[in-house]
Design a binder for this molecule. Structure first.
Ligand SMILES: Cc1cc2nc3c(=O)[nH]c(=O)nc-3n(C[C@H](O)[C@H](O)[C@H](O)COP(=O)(O)OP(=O)(O)OC[C@H]3O[C@@H](n4cnc5c(N)ncnc54)[C@H](O)[C@@H]3O)c2cc1C
Ligand SMILES: Cc1cc2nc3c(=O)[nH]c(=O)nc-3n(C[C@H](O)[C@H](O)[C@H](O)COP(=O)(O)O)c2cc1C
Length: 423
């Protein structure tokens, strides 16, 4: 037998070398390696302003888990190059806010990773872009994320999937994609209960744009905190958000709703629904508009129905804040000014844009006129809460940047000390 074996030392060297290589390779593959934090084969990322994208992303994750997939879900705020690199399939659910902008939790991603080049070859991806065709730059942020992933050589599972006003057909396509990836079924968390209209009062009988205070109640009152939303479901399936003006200790949900002619949500609440009727409603956490951490001074700014989102904050706060509130006319639209005056505040400034005799002022004009006091009030760590129409929010943002400087604003956004509830 031994005479059959080679005596050539060079051949023996090669054989031993090959054997050693094989053993080392086996050992290396068995060696426990450090897993990238938050990584999985299926990475579900979200960027959400009012919670819809987050809810869909979490549901998608639950479906993947139910199908036995190794999945993880995270905010784009926490996404890293390593997490993207470690995934085989990247699924992003991203809404667009402002004027084609990223939601607050996507801003850091857009300024950081999105400007870098990664090698994502061999990764597959899909983007569900939430938006609304009412806005000029439809689904703009979702498209930017899609273009970036594609430019980094990741392979799209489908073209960027646009969702207009939570369009059911587009959401069904997303669901089909998930099932093609092996997802199972998961319970839908968007459960609406019947809430009864207890009272409705027009706040501006002589004003141009009807504004109402509504009170609704349900058999079982859920818990919520300042900043949260009431979401209603209209007869034709539209979902609309309204800021909760009350806190649970008041025993009802209070809303301030302005009629938008032809709008399914506001027409249902302010016209169609009669006292005693019920509407499908759910109370929804809105973590981007929860109270900032700590006990530092708070500057609250709102106009019109935007007082809704701030009233609960003012009632919940332990230290009275400074409210700047705007309406059109002191008498014709003055009812919520009286409400503002009844709240526990350290300081209240009212702005009327259309008073008799001209010389109207918007809330941003009040801020600009009191710039030094705004700076002194907020100091380095104060917080700003803004609630109301998008145009008001943009005007206020420009005024605050001029008063406080870009660095203060950017630091406040990053630390959750500058929060907006705009619509
Ligand atoms: C976080 C959040 C909080 C909100 N809180 C409140 C609140 O406290 N009170 C409140 O009244 N609303 C609030 N809204 C707005 C509300 O959700 C609806 O968008 C609003 O009631 C209009 O819905 P709709 O179904 O009646 O009309 P839509 O179907 O949205 O609109 C119907 C038509 O009216 C136009 N339109 C829509 N809005 C306006 C407008 N403001 N002015 C003029 N034209 C318009 C649209 O372009 C469209 O053609 C909030 C929205 C968000 C996202
Ligand atoms: C203040 C505001 C600004 C918005 N701006 C845009 C926009 O520029 N483009 C767009 O397509 N949708 C826009 N939308 C619609 C949202 O993207 C859409 O309602 C989405 O479903 C919200 O998802 P989210 O709750 O995850 O943030 C805007 C919505 C709000 C309330």
């Amino acid at each position: 037998m031994t005479e059959l074996m080679t005596q050539d030392p060079q051949r023996w060297l090669w054989a031993w070398g090959a054997m050693a290589f094989f053993v080392l390779t086996c050992l290396w593959s068995l060696w426990p390696r450090k897993k990238v934090v938050g990584s999985a084969e299926y990475l579900v990322l979200f960027a959400s302003q009012t919670g819809q994208a987050e809810e869909i992303a979490r549901h998608s994750y639950a479906q993947l888990e139910a199908g036995g997939r190794d999945a993880v879900v995270a905010s784009l705020r926490d996404a890293t190059a390593d997490m993207l690199g470690a995934a085989k399939v990247i699924l992003v659910v991203a809404s667009t806010t402002g004027d084609g902008d990223a939601p607050d939790e996507g801003i850091g991603f857009e300024r950081g990773l999105l400007r870098k080049t990664l090698d994502l070859a061999n990764r597959r991806f899909a983007v569900l872009a939430l938006g609304d065709r009412k806005y000029d730059r439809f689904c703009a942020f979702g498209h930017r994320v899609f273009a970036w992933l594609e430019s980094n050589k990741a392979h799209p599972l489908m073209p960027c999937l646009e969702v207009d006003d939570l369009d059911a057909a587009a959401l069904k396509q997303w669901d089909e994609l998930l099932h093609s990836l092996g997802a199972g079924d998961a319970a839908d968390e968007a459960v609406f209960a019947p809430w009864r209209l207890v009272s409705r009062e027009r706040l501006n009988p002589e004003g141009d744009q009807p504004l109402y205070r509504l009170r609704l109640t349900a058999d079982v009152l859920p818990d919520w905190q300042a900043g949260d939303l009431a979401e209603i479901l209209t007869a034709d399936g539209h979902r609309r958000d309204y800021s909760l003006a009350s806190l649970p200790d008041e025993g009802h949900v209070e809303l301030y709703v302005r009629t938008v002619e032809g709008g399914p949500g506001s027409m249902l609440l302010t016209q169609t629904l009669k006292v005693g009727d019920t509407v499908p409603l759910r109370v929804k956490a809105h973590r981007n508009f929860h109270a900032p951490d700590g006990d530092d001074p708070v500057l609250l700014i709102a106009a019109g129905s935007g007082l809704a989102g701030l009233r609960a904050h003012i009632r919940q706060a332990t230290t009275p804040g400074w409210l700047v509130y705007g309406e059109r006319h002191p008498v014709r639209d003055g009812a919520l000014c009286a409400e503002a005056q009844s709240l526990p505040l350290k300081r209240l400034d009212l702005a009327f844009s259309q008073p008799d005799g001209g010389d109207g002022q918007y809330v941003q004009d009040v801020l600009a006129a009191h710039g030094a006091e705004v700076r002194a009030w907020l100091g380095g760590n104060g917080a700003v809460l803004v609630c109301g129409g998008l145009a008001m929010g943009q005007g206020v943002d420009a005024a605050l940047r001029a008063i406080l400087g870009e660095a203060w604003i950017e630091a406040a956004v990053a630390a959750g000390r500058y929060r907006k509830d705009l619509y």
